[in-house]
Design a protein around this ligand. Sequence first.
Ligand SMILES: Cc1ncc(COP(=O)(O)O)c(C=O)c1O
Length: 478
Amino acid sequence: MAYVSSPFVILSGRWKTSFVSPCCTKKFVARWAKPHGMPSRFLITCATLLSEKQRTNLDFPHPLVDKADFPILQQEIDGKPLIYFDSAATSQKPKAVLEALQNFYLHDNANVHRGAHTLSSRATEAYEGARQSLQRFIGAASREQVIFTRNATEAINLVAYSWGLQNLKPGDELVLAISNHHSNIVPWQLVAARTGAVLKYIDLDDQQQDNLDTLKLLLDSGKVRLVSCCHVSNVLGYINDVHKVIQWAHSAGALVLIDACQSVPHIPVNVTEMDCDFLVASGHKMCGPTGIGFLYGKQHLLESMPPFLGGGEMIADVYENYSTFASLPHKLEAGTPAIAEAVGLGAAVEYLQSIGMDVIHSYESMLSEYLYGQLSTIPNITIYGPKDVKKRAALCSFQIQGIHPSDLASILDLEGVAIRSGHHCAQLLHRHIQGSDGMVVMGSARASLYMYNTKEEIDAFMVALGRSIDMLWKGGAL
Ligand SMILES: Cc1ncc(COP(=O)(O)O)c(C=O)c1O
């Protein structure tokens, strides 16, 4: 699989559109790139050089990735080609990741860090190599700042129990967002109950994004120790202004944890530029295997935190009544880690980088705009989150009046379309919208896309959706 060389990808991120004549770029694409058989990825990168207005006039690009990279997507469900629109729940895995897992077990499998034999050194090299790939991918300054966990949930629990139990005292405030995933609410509730810390919530603004005015007011108390919110909402689809959140929180003396589960797979993320104190994500949403995720933390914070779990791998010396601990990152990784899964995540990161996160983001922005525009044409639909498509990632949660989201998802499955229905682990959010929006049932249907989806799939989804709505209306759903 040949990818476009990285300089072009870098250009797309760095050039300001005003410096480049869109006309020149179009001519360049038409006269040079197309005749020279440049892959669609390159053309998409060129598209990012055009102004917004020009970009909407541009023909929709060809698929970004070769579907052959994702064997699972080449199947039929009930005789219909599978359209997988559930990537916010978990992404599909490219062959490169499957092969990395298989190769690890076929050739290199052994436990890490403590063996003198060849297989153990190979396994250790592969595991630590994956950490380094991830470190570069998220722009962390050192490998010690990347802690492997089972998933994002475990990473948040690690911070809550390790940092939280050590630092929180009665009356301290933790600011969460009403839009947070349960994994970024429940651990804080448990730790607040043990420390006497108080939970405060950011509500939604009139665009159904995190209300940063509320954040500002909450920070005024001077008691906030930590703000924890998402980068991209898994229900409302907005891209949060995390730079503002972090800047404001730091000015008020609070730390910030960013839940990047729905951003790291889709948009360029650089933790050093972002200046977040902690950031978490799950491997399985970014083309990697299940059972692996990570925590990024600022070095001085991770160093000051006590171990989350005790056991092998995380110790320096063990005595009868106490132990001393290994240095980072091992202090926070007790027991045999998910070695093959980490190697798989390393391969996923390399796969994403070979396409380019700028390119993925540009392509998905076009998918996002198209999906939102198409869904908006359906009568009696409510699409949650901001109406401004520039603020949205490629996912739409929606309700259609008179139709239960779960019925819709089941009927769409008969059409080969996989979408999710329910509360998407965001009951607080759904309850909140239900109050303000007259939501009929507490839940929504969600179509979430990734770089392997296409405009043609959105078209097929819309046809299937139309048929499903007809069928449910005739059946007198709800
Ligand atoms: C925004 C967000 N945060 C956290 C999670 C939890 O991820 P995991 O279950 O992999 O720990 C999810 C999963 O859907 C999510 O979308």
